[in-house]
Structure formats: structure tokens, C-alpha cells
Design a protein. Sequence first.
Length: 179
Amino acid sequence: MSEDRELRLMRKLDQLSEEHKMLQQTLTEEIQPKMRGLMEQSRRADQIVQAVKKGHAKSPGYIPDVGEGYWPTVRKLVVEAVYSIFNEEHRPTKDRREVIPLVQGRIEGMRKLGKWPPSWATPGRDTIIRRQNETADVRHYPDGVTPCLCISPGKYLPNPQKFEEPVRSELQRLAEDYR
């Protein structure tokens, strides 16, 4: 009698497991895509309501679909550009636009050497400026030490914490002078 009960329970468990698989499949194939569509429609409707109320609306942000490692690589090239300006001229960047030709030139050199993935586009001005802002943002550096400091709008210096003396003191003095 207990074997009969065990068999019934096992069959019931198998049946529940099969139902769970079917529900999971329905969720991922039908319900979730519909929900994403509805949420997008809701966001658009909210944007229209805001535009009517305020007379204008902010366009939604766009993050292009790029390959794994693209953003960190561009960010690294921006850091190298900021460091090279400091190493060659012993000053911070003049403005955000100064690093753009340096980064794009480096990428073209990498592309000629086959070190830049062919599927990756050369970043534009705005992309490079955003990555430059990120070089001074701790959210992009888990250890809490950014490679660059933004000492005033558009002016970036290598972070003194990344260096030993006497360079550390020189960078700190420069940062204080520009602030």
C-alpha cells in the first residue's frame, strides 16, 4: 500500500514538474515579450503626457549595442590620452575635446595593426567625452580609485593616488592650482 502511495506521489510530482516547465516556457516566450512591449508603450505615453504638460520632452537615451569590452577599452584609451598630455606637457587637458583626436588616432593605429576588432566602430566625439567623464567617476572603478580627476569642467589630470612621489606632489599641486 505504501508503494502505491509513493508511485502516485511520484506521478503527481512528475506531472507538476511538467506543468512547471510549460508555465516557464509560456512566461519566457509569450508573457515577458508582451510585458516589455506594454512597458515601452507606457513609457511613450508618459513621455507624451509630460510633453503636453511642460511643452517639451527629453528624448530617451540611447545606448548602442556594442561588443563586450568596447566601453572599457574606449575608457582606457581616454585615460591614456589624459596621461600622455600630462607626460608631454605637464598640464591637465585644456578641454574635453582635446582627447578626441588622440583617442581616434590611437584607434586608427590599432586598426592598422589588427588590434582593434573590425566589428567595433571608431567612437565619435560624444562617446569619447562620455568615457572621459567616466574616468573620474568611481562607479566605473570598483576599487574606488579613478585613474583621472576632473579638476574643473573639461580639465582632467591623472589621479595623484595612482603615482609615487615626486609625481604625486606635482599632480596635487596642479590640481589645487586649477581649482
